[in-house]
Design a protein around this ligand. Structure first.
Ligand code: FAD
Length: 471
């Protein structure tokens, strides 16, 4: 079983076990064809990163910084673009689609080769992965960042899925604007998926109804003890007050079933709530990768350095792991821990730090965003802070050490400083979903955020209450 080795020992171990950091020359197993990759012909150790999302790209970019030229890195992903998932929540409100970045460019900038393939199964004994096209790829170190599987929990609800959010909710927002829908419940099933989008959609929908002068009863039903509880007490209190001012009712510590269209059964208490429409978060399941032991619901079990338990040379990061909080910023920190461990094994002068998650969330409200931060310990948020101005840089929806500044650079290169959503885009004037032709990707003028003192940036609940729409 893989143990949680102290960081300094790991560096030492890496030096001692020099053989681990050289190419393994493992034969490809079974009848599969050896994939003709550049890495396969390199004499450097082979690092294979599976996935083309936040955690995979953060790992690749971190490795490029921490251990440049020390490994032949392959990125294996079926997608050609990296989609900026958090901004999908704005699509039903007639904003431009969430931005996409070409994966080939990112891989190239990270010094990695890109294989447009899908992992099928892993043969850890032979340090080989097999793809869906039956190719075999040998690895010295493998990183699994395949994300979670999204599953609709309720038949009679519109499920939040960023791949088709506009298609799913655009009609609903039009119906709100037209005054045909008078009540909506936003529901989180038993296990929380991502913490932000449910609240963002509720706030933006209530805001749109307000802007259009339409009466709308909005309710959030969630198993959390308080709104966005993972961000800790201070942030949760501020969000609760914001929801109250937005006249959004919240029912917390509650589990809902949706037995028929427009009917919610809420427990404990066996209460019934009738609404015109129900919007729900999905349930997330792990990727169920064949060849490695899995935790409950198919997630991958990792230690604080991102090493997969009971399997040598295999790491995992992001939504695919059994860490309870599914969040891009948190997955990035897992990816950093993985990259540091691998960089040390490659002989780079790095002391791997274990994963001590800090969650940072830019909550879209329909007005100015709120910036929420907490340290996560034992599945709970501590040292909670809330601010009306960014407390991290760049002030992107997905905060990460390497990916966010890298994407910021790409955005500036394209002259689109708002693709990761700076505050300028957050405050863009509301447009009716019916007026779709007039969509915009936000202002193109660069916003500069002066470095003010931390205290002056922290927002009091009283300040949160001053939002004009919310009065
Ligand atoms: C609507 C919405 C809003 C959100 N808002 C925020 C926010 O504001 N801030 C924040 O930090 N997080 C937010 N999140 C959460 C964040 O997007 C996820 O936590 C993050 O995308 C997880 O990253 P990941 O790399 O682990 O997985 P994913 O982003 O799911 O990427 C997984 C990658 O693996 C690839 N893959 C899958 N299977 C295979 C396979 N078999 N072989 C090879 N490749 C494979 C996929 O194609 C994909 O490229 C939001 C999520 C949603 C849906």
């Amino acid at each position: 079983m893989t143990t949680d080795t102290a960081p300094s020992n790991e560096v030492g171990a890496a030096k001692e076990a020099g053989a681990q950091a050289t190419p393994s020359n493992k034969p490809s197993a079974g009848a599969a064809n050896e994939a003709s990759t550049q890495a396969a012909t390199s004499n450097k150790p082979r690092v294979v990163i599976v996935g083309g999302g936040v955690a995979a790209l953060e790992t690749a970019l971190a490795l490029a910084q921490l251990a440049p030229e020390r490994a032949a890195v392959t990125l294996l992903a079926p997608n050609t673009d990296f989609a900026y998932r958090p901004l999908a929540v704005r699509e039903p409100f007639a904003y431009a689609p969430a931005h996409r970045y070409p994966l080939r460019r990112i891989a190239s900038d990270a010094g990695a080769e890109l294989l447009s393939e899908k992992l099928s199964w892993i043969d850890p004994a032979n340090q080989t992965i097999h793809t869906e096209s039956d190719a075999a790829i040998a690895y010295d170190m493998l990183v699994l960042a395949t994300g979670a599987r999204v599953t609709a929990r309720y038949t009679h609800a519109a499920t939040i899925d960023d791949r088709r959010l506009d298609e799913t909710l655009h009609g609903l927002i039009q119906d709100v604007e037209g005054g045909y829908v008078h009540s909506i419940a936003f529901v989180a099933p038993g296990r929380m998926a991502w913490p932000l989008p449910l609240y963002e959609l509720a706030l933006m929908t209530a805001g749109r109804a307000y802007d259009m002068g339409v009466e709308l009863a909005t309710t959030i039903v969630s198993p959390e003890d308080s709104p966005m509880a993972i961000f800790g007490a201070t942030a949760s209190e501020a969000v609760a007050q914001l929801l109250e001012r937005s006249q959004i009712q919240t029912i917390n510590s509650a589990y809902a079933e949706v037995p028929s269209a427009g009917t919610l059964r809420i427990n404990p208490g066996d209460r019934e709530l009738r609404v015109d429409r129900v919007v729900a978060l999905p349930e997330l399941y792990g990727p169920c990768v064949r060849g490695i032991p899995l935790a409950e619901h198919g997630f991958i079990r990792v230690d604080p350095h991102g090493r997969v338990l009971d399997v040598e040379h295999v790491y995992a990061a992001g939504d695919a792991t059994d860490f309870a909080v599914k969040h891009g910023g948190v997955g990035s920190q897992q990816a950093d821990a993985v990259a540091e461990s691998i960089a040390a094994l490659l002989g780079a002068p790095v002391t791997p730090a274990p994963f001590h998650p800090v969650i940072r969330g830019m909550l879209l409200t329909g007005e100015q965003p709120l910036y929420l931060t907490a340290r996560i310990t034992g599945g709970q948020g501590f040292s909670s802070e809330v601010s009306a101005t960014p407390t991290w840089s760049p002030p992107s929806k997905i905060s990460s050490r390497y990916l966010a500044p890298y994407l910021d650079g790409l955005d500036r290169e394209r002259g689109d400083v708002n693709a990761q959503l700076t505050p300028a885009a957050g405050s863009a004037p509301a447009k009716s979903a019916s007026a779709r032709a007039a969509t915009t990707s936000g202002s193109s003028s660069a916003m500069k955020w002066p470095e003010s003192s931390r205290n002056s940036r922290l927002m009091s609940s009283a300040q949160v209450r001053q939002s004009p729409r919310l009065r």
